[in-house]
Design a protein around this ligand. Structure first.
Ligand code: PDD
Length: 287
């Protein structure tokens, strides 16, 4: 069975899915995206993802390429045509195709593409042993709250992490505060047992998995605070982890050359991951 992509109103074979050379996403990174987790054929946290997509479009003054109801339908059709059980749907909307010129083009329709991909649950070794993160300077722009396809600093940061044998890079401000990972939000558990993640603002993407995790922590009676934390505080943390639609909750057991906790996934991280998996499992096949 071949993979199917959705390109501006048509379902096409993935290998034949192309956009115009003058799509502004391609030339200017003038577009936004979403990654939605699919678990057992169901879309996890679909509405908050679509709300964030709308917000990103609004912030960049790109018209909605499609209304919510048909968009939800196309996502389901992508799951069906790709026979997706566990995986992800990628949605990208750009300002559209126009002669290359910096100002917004007049009378250009926004472009919409979607792809789907299989993705397994995180490997047990990763969730038990945890992963390493590297700290790097945050060299991104001042609107990291917009889920823009302009991801070059993130790409460079992730590559640095991989070349250092780490899973993720935590980006750090000039005054030594951790903002977030290159494609994940960053969390710590303090020695006093308090769960901490940075407050939403222009410096981070307000992760959907992050919001779900906060709700799950509240349900479990876990004490939680939203505030910035420094690299030094993270290195002295009892536990650390990252969250995203594709990494779920992944425990962090090493930051640079410092081992976190006892070098294994912490008990609070494991509890929250279990709660998240139960939450994802309750999404059910999409209707
Ligand atoms: N990344 N921060 C950044 C910079 C991200 O790119 C992402 C998601 C997150 C987590 O957001 P969420 O929980 O909504 O997935 C935080 C996606 C998965 C990606 O770029 O592939």
């Amino acid at each position: 069975m071949s993979r199917i992509a959705y390109v501006n109103g048509r379902y096409v074979t993935h290998g034949d899915a192309v956009v115009h050379v003058e799509d502004r996403g391609y030339q200017f990174a003038d577009g936004v995206y979403e990654v939605v987790l699919v678990h057992h054929g169901g879309l996890v946290d679909e509405e908050p993802h679509l709300d964030r997509l709308d917000r990103s479009l609004r912030e960049l003054r790109i018209d909605q390429p499609m209304r919510r109801a048909p968009l939800r339908q196309v996502m389901r059709e992508m799951i069906r045509r790709n026979r997706l059980g566990d995986g992800m749907v990628y949605i990208q909307a750009t300002r559209g195709v126009a002669r290359r010129d910096h100002p917004f083009p007049a009378n250009t329709r926004p472009a919409l593409v979607m792809t789907a991909r299989r993705l397994g649950l995180p490997a047990l070794a990763q969730t038990e042993e945890g992963v390493a993160v590297l700290t790097i300077p945050d060299i991104r722009w001042a609107r990291c709250d917009i889920k823009s396809v302009s991801l070059l600093p993130n790409v460079l940061g992730k590559q640095r992490a991989r070349e250092a044998g780490a899973y993720e890079a935590w980006q750090v401000t000039t005054d030594d505060f951790v903002t977030e990972g290159t494609s994940t939000n960053a969390w710590i558990v303090t020695p006093a047992g308090e769960l901490v993640t940075r407050h939403p603002g222009n410096e981070i993407l307000s992760g959907i998995t992050r919001a779900t995790m906060i709700a799950l922590a509240a349900e479990q009676g876990i004490s939680f605070v939203e505030r910035p934390f420094t690299v030094a505080e993270a290195k002295g943390a009892r536990e650390a982890f990252v969250t995203s639609a594709t990494s779920f909750l992944t425990p962090v057991t090493q930051i640079d050359d410092v081992v976190i906790g006892n070098g294994k996934a912490g008990s609070l991280s494991v509890r929250l991951l279990d709660a998240y998996l139960a939450h994802a499992g309750s999404s059910g096949p999409s209707s």
